[in-house]
Design a protein around this ligand. Structure first.
Ligand code: ZN
Length: 560
C-alpha cells in the first residue's frame, strides 16, 4: 500500500521574490566555486521545482477564477518575476556549459539536458527582459479580450467556448446563427486584434534581432526547445498533408454534403460531423467523472489507479462556471509529482475529447516523475501531444462508458474524421506564422491576405457564405496559439501522425499498443522528439510515407 494520499489542497509553496531567487542562486554558484558540482545541481533542481510549483499554482488559481482580484494580482506578480527567474536560470546554464568537463556533467544530468540548455542560452539575454514583459502583457490582453466576449444566442448570454454547442447543433439555422454571432465579435474587435498581433510580431522580431537572428523564426524554434528538426522538415511535412490528407478531407466533406442533400457545404456545416447529430456524453460532469473510473478500469490497472488518485485528491477541475478561464490544460507541481487537469465541460463530445486528452498529459507526467531532473519531467510539446492525442485513440475500446454503448461506434468514427480534418487546418496555422515572421513589417491587411491565400491551399473546400469577417481572411485571430504561443501548433499535427500510429497498432494488438504507450510516457522528456518516437516503435512523421500509411488505413476504415 503506498503511504502517499496527496491532496491538492495541501500543496503550499512560499512566494519567491527577486531577493530570495538571487539568494538561492548565489548558494548554487558558491557550491560551484567550491567545486561541488553535485551539490550545486541538486540545489538548483530543488530551486527550479519550488519555483515551477509556485508558478503553476498561481496560474491555475487565476484560471479557476479570473474575477478574483488577489488571483489576478498574483498572476501579474508572477509575470513580472518570470524574466528575473529566467535570467538567473540562464546564467547557471551558461556557467555549467562552460565547465571543461562536459562528459562528467552529461553523466550527472544526461546528454539531452545539455542539448536543451545549449538551446535555452541562445534564447535569452538580459537586454530582452523588457521585451519579454511586454510580450506577456500583450498576450494577457489578448486572453482577456477573448475571455470577455458576451454573445447573445437563443435567449442566453454565453462566452466563446459557450457558443460551441450551438455551432454543432443538428439544426442548420442554429449553426449559422452561432457562427454569425461568433464572427461578429471578431469583426467588432478587429482593429484591436490587428494591433495586438502587429505589436507582438514586431516585439518578437526585435528580440530576435537583439539576440543576433535575422528573423524570429529560428528563435521561435529554439524557444520551443526543438533540437532535432527545423523549418525545412516542417515544410516537407506540410506538403505531405497537402498530398495525402487534403484530398481525403475534401472527399469526406463532399460525402457529407451529398448525404444531407445540401447544394453547398458551408463553413457552419463542418462541425456537424455525424449526420445523425454528433454523439454526446452519457451525462453531465458528475456522471462523466464517475464513468471514467469504469473506462480506465476496463483499459489498464495503471491508468485506473492513477485516475482514482487524481479524483480522490482533488486534482480535477472540469466543471464550467462563471469567471473561469476558457480551454483545457494539464499543469504539474514538480515538488509533489501529481499533475492537475482543468477543463470546461459543455455537454458536447468535446468534453470527452478534452478529458481523455488532458488525462494523457497527466498520466505521462506521473509516469515520468522518477526521471532524474526537472528538464525531463515534460518532453517538448510535439512529443507531449503524442501522450494526450494517443490516449484519445487508446480509450476507443472502452469509450462506450462515456458515450453510451449505442453511440460508441459513431463516436469513434466522428473522432477519427475530426482527427483527419484537423491536420490541414493545423498546418495552415503553422505555415501562416512562418510567412508572418518572414515579413514583420507587413500591414494587418497583408496578413489577412496571407491567411486567405494559405486557406485556399490547405482547405480549398472552405465556403464562408455570408460570414464576412472570416471570408476576408480573419479566421486566424480566433486561434490563441498564434498570439500567445508562436510556432506551437505544428506540434499537434506531428503528434496526430504518431497518435494515429498508436490507433493502427491498437487495432491489431491493443495490449501491445498500450504497453508501448505506457513505456513512452515513462521516458518523459529524456530524449528529443524523433528519438522518443522511435523508442516507442513509431515512425517519425518526417519520414517519407509515415503520414500516407496512417491516412490510408483511416480511409479504409471510414469507407467500410
Ligand atoms: Zn495537449
Amino acid at each position: 500500500m503506498a503511504p502517499m494520499a496527496p491532496h491538492f489542497a495541501d500543496i503550499v509553496e512560499a512566494t519567491p521574490t527577486r531577493e530570495t531567487l538571487r539568494a538561492d542562486s548565489a548558494v548554487i554558484h558558491a557550491a560551484l566555486d567550491r567545486g561541488d558540482r553535485a551539490r550545486a545541481l541538486a540545489d538548483w533542481d530543488g530551486m527550479r521545482r519550488r519555483y515551477e510549483t509556485w508558478s503553476a499554482l498561481v496560474y491555475l488559481r487565476f484560471a479557476q477564477n479570473t474575477q478574483n482580484p488577489k488571483a489576478k494580482a498574483d498572476r501579474d506578480y508572477a509575470d513580472a518575476l518570470s524574466p528575473e527567474a529566467a535570467d538567473l536560470d540562464i546564467a547557471l546554464k551558461r556557467r555549467l556549459l562552460a565547465d571543461p568537463d562536459q562528459a562528467g556533467l552529461a553523466g550527472l544530468v544526461g546528454r539531452h539536458a545539455l542539448r536543451l540548455w545549449e538551446t535555452d542560452v541562445t534564447t535569452f539575454d538580459p537586454a530582452i527582459k523588457p521585451d519579454l514583459e511586454e510580450e506577456s502583457r500583450l498576450s494577457a490582453r489578448y486572453t482577456e479580450l477573448l475571455a470577455g466576449a458576451k454573445l447573445a444566442i437563443r435567449g442566453q448570454t454565453v462566452n466563446l467556448p459557450g457558443i460551441e454547442p450551438f455551432a454543432e447543433d443538428p439544426d442548420r439555422a442554429t449553426r449559422h446563427d452561432a457562427e454569425t454571432i461568433r464572427w461578429s465579435f471578431f469583426d467588432q474587435n478587429g482593429p484591436e486584434l490587428d494591433d495586438l498581433y502587429d505589436r507582438l510580431v514586431k516585439r518578437r522580431h526585435g528580440m530576435a534581432r537583439k539576440l543576433g537572428y535575422d528573423t524570429y523564426t529560428p528563435l521561435g524554434y529554439r524557444r520551443m526547445r526543438r533540437v532535432d528538426y527545423g523549418p525545412e522538415d516542417v515544410a516537407r511535412y506540410r506538403q505531405q498533408v497537402v498530398q495525402h490528407v487534403v484530398p481525403l478531407v475534401g472527399r469526406l466533406l463532399e460525402a457529407r454534403r451529398a448525404a444531407h442533400g445540401w447544394d453547398k457545404l458551408r463553413f457552419w456545416d463542418e462541425a456537424l460531423i455525424d449526420p445523425a447529430g454528433n454523439p454526446k456524453p452519457v451525462g453531465d460532469h458528475d456522471m462523466l467523472v464517475a464513468a471514467a473510473e469504469d473506462m480506465f478500469a476496463a483499459l489498464d490497472p495503471r491508468l485506473a489507479a492513477f485516475y482514482r488518485m487524481m479524483r480522490a485528491g482533488g486534482f480535477l477541475d472540469l466543471k464550467n462556471r462563471a469567471g473561469k478561464a476558457g480551454g483545457g490544460f494539464c499543469t504539474s507541481f514538480p515538488t509533489l509529482g501529481v499533475p492537475f487537469i482543468f477543463a470546461n465541460f459543455n455537454g458536447t463530445h468535446h468534453d470527452i475529447g478534452v478529458f481523455t486528452h488532458e488525462m494523457g498529459h497527466a498520466f505521462q507526467n506521473w509516469e515520468s516523475r522518477h526521471q532524474p531532473g526537472i528538464d525531463y519531467l515534460w518532453p517538448t510539446m510535439e512529443a507531449a501531444e503524442i501522450h494526450s492525442m494517443g490516449l484519445e485513440f487508446l480509450t476507443y475500446p472502452a469509450i462506450d462508458r462515456l458515450v453510451g454503448a449505442d453511440a460508441a461506434e459513431r463516436f469513434r468514427r466522428m473522432h477519427l474524421i475530426g482527427a483527419l480534418a484537423f491536420l490541414p487546418y493545423g498546418v495552415c496555422v503553422d505555415h501562416f506564422q512562418h510567412e508572418v515572421y518572414a515579413v514583420p513589417d507587413a500591414t494587418p491587411a497583408e496578413r489577412h491576405a496571407i491567411w486567405q491565400r494559405l486557406e485556399r491551399i490547405y482547405m480549398p473546400w472552405l465556403d464562408y457564405g455570408d460570414l464576412a469577417y472570416p471570408a476576408k481572411g480573419g479566421r486566424w485571430q480566433a486561434k490563441q496559439h498564434i498570439y500567445n504561443s508562436p510556432f506551437y501548433y505544428i506540434d499537434y499535427t506531428l503528434a496526430q501522425c504518431c497518435a494515429l500510429q498508436f490507433w493502427v497498432r491498437a487495432r491489431r494488438d491493443g495490449a501491445a499498443a498500450l504497453e508501448a504507450y505506457v513505456g513512452l510516457c515513462g521516458r518523459g522528456g529524456s530524449a528529443p522528439f524523433q528519438d522518443l518516437v522511435r523508442s516507442a516503435g513509431l515512425v517519425s512523421p518526417f519520414a517519407d510515407g509515415a503520414l500516407a500509411d496512417v491516412v490510408k488505413e483511416a480511409e479504409a476504415v471510414l469507407a467500410a
